[in-house]
Design a protein around this ligand. Structure first.
Ligand SMILES: Cc1cc2nc3c(=O)[nH]c(=O)nc-3n(C[C@H](O)[C@H](O)[C@H](O)COP(=O)(O)OP(=O)(O)OC[C@H]3O[C@@H](n4cnc5c(N)ncnc54)[C@H](O)[C@@H]3O)c2cc1C
Length: 420
């Protein structure tokens, strides 16, 4: 643990995967950091997420990847390309990403609580305050920021980082009070759960489910991949009862709730085979109303308030890329803000470069995630297998094979020149 050596302080709102990774990166770069998390502990909620090579590189750059692999019992990242099959009646994989030129395909499946547990020992608890829901942020005449919390307390800081998720409060300080109007409901519900693989084998599942798979059908699809040393299958079953193409108005809260298993069984009653068996084994799944930030933000920075992760670009989960983009944000921000030459006087230069490199990249992935959802659920209605192959080809590669390190190195050279 490094003690603070910079002349400005940072408050991170939100201790999810991005907020916690950001805190570790900034403390290690010598910043005075406080994390304010609304919950009483680091998240015990959440399910599995897949992260690709781009995100792995970012986590390696932040020095936390080894801890994640150790905690999730994975000696190293493995080939992690999704292959696709029809969920309706046919367990034959019809699209292999290898055959579409997929490369740079290393990835890992990580259970969100396990990720947070892996990172916790890397941050001195003195940097974190729980039960602190930020309600507003205002700028003082000194240029510093004043944060208010729902327990009546407040905090002053020089730099505010909003890592408070898709329903971000901090976003209002970047885009204005109407930012809530940007949230659109995809019409889809994702039923998430974990199923022991040996139970599925005993129930007759024959498909090789130890590889990441997408089971496709009209208006519904299931994403499965193994986690915890291939013992558990992470399952996300999507249903779109609205049959919509365009985004719908934001849903009332709660967006996540435990639902009856029968809902999933009914939703997949027209499927046959292993996909249907997997859907029928989701016990009391959590149902997530799937929203996206839309239209995408024009900027992730206003003065000295900066957004990372879902607060900046909450996207649809169809490319398995939301938190990966968040880790790219965090890596770039930590390198720029933590750069030896960055100080209180010239901090805006680092933030402007962050904005310049992150907005186009993250928004490209956000737009693609919407397109990918339409492709997946178009199988059997809009596209046959042949058409699906060509639609899917090349969708993942620009996301997962991005050379973040090279991009950030160039950004740091620019920073060096501009603050000279
Ligand atoms: C069904 C589904 C599947 C997904 N699969 C993948 C995948 O395979 N790969 C992938 O990369 N991504 C995936 N994602 C997206 C991924 O889960 C998100 O991108 C990621 O969780 C965002 O992390 P975050 O830290 O930005 O925000 P969050 O995880 O939302 O964390 C925000 C934190 O801020 C806290 N908070 C909120 N408001 C306040 C406040 N006002 N004050 C203080 N604290 C606050 C919250 O309690 C929380 O701890 C998926 C999402 C869904 C819904």
């Amino acid at each position: 643990m490094t003690s603070a050596s910079k002349d400005f302080s940072v408050a991170i709102i939100g201790g999810g995967m991005c907020g916690l990774a950001c805190a570790i990166g900034l403390v290690n770069a010598g910043l005075d950091v406080q994390v304010f998390e609304a919950a009483s502990t680091f998240g015990q909620v959440g399910a599995g997420v897949a992260i690709g090579l781009n995100a792995i590189r970012a986590l390696e750059g932040l020095g936390v990847m080894k801890a994640v692999l150790t905690r999730t019992h994975q000696p190293k990242p493995t080939q992690f390309l999704f292959n696709f099959l029809a969920g309706t009646n046919d367990e034959q994989i019809f699209h292999y990403f290898e055959s579409s030129g997929g490369k740079n395909s290393e990835g890992v499946g990580v259970y969100r609580p396990a990720f947070l547990e892996a990172l916790m020992p890397l941050l001195d608890p003195k940097h974190v305050q729980f039960n602190k829901r930020c309600t507003s942020v205002g700028r003082l005449s000194s240029g510093r920021y004043f944060l208010r919390f729902d327990d009546g307390t407040s905090h002053e800081t020089d730099l505010v980082i909003g890592a408070d998720g898709i329903r971000s409060v901090i976003r209002k300080a970047v885009v204005g009070e109407n930012s809530g109007e940007r949230l659109g409901f995809s019409g889809m519900y994702a039923y998430r759960g974990l199923i022991p693989i040996d139970i599925l084998r005993a129930a007759g599942v024959k498909t090789d489910i130890e590889q990441p798979l997408g089971w496709l059908g009209a208006g519904k699809h299931i994403i499965t991949y193994p986690i915890r040393d291939n013992k558990i299958l992470n399952v996300v079953a999507f249903l779109n009862p609205h049959n919509n193409i365009e985004l719908l108005p934001e849903r009332p809260l709660p967006w996540t709730e435990v639902r009856d298993s029968q809902e999933v069984v009914d939703g997949y009653s027209d499927w046959e085979g292993d996909g249907k068996i997997i859907a029928s084994h989701l016990e009391n799944p959590s149902r997530w109303s799937i929203h996206t930030l839309y239209p995408p933000l024009e900027s992730f920075v206003k003065d000295r308030v900066v957004l990372v992760g879902d607060a900046a670009h909450g996207m649809l989960p169809h490319l398995g890329a939301g938190v990966g983009q968040g880790f790219e944000d965090v890596y770039a921000l930590c390198r720029l803000v933590g750069h030896p030459r960055t100080n209180k006087r010239n901090l805006d230069v680092a933030l402007a470069i962050y904005d310049e490199i992150r907005v186009p990249r993250a928004n490209m992935v956000l737009e693609r995630s919407i397109k990918m959802g339409r492709i997946y659920d178009g199988y059997g209605s809009l596209y046959d297998k042949q058409e699906m192959r060509s639609e899917l080809t090349g969708m993942y590669e620009p996301v997962w094979s991005h050379n973040l390190m090279a991009e950030v190195d160039v950004a740091l050279q620019r920073l060096d020149k501009e603050v000279n």
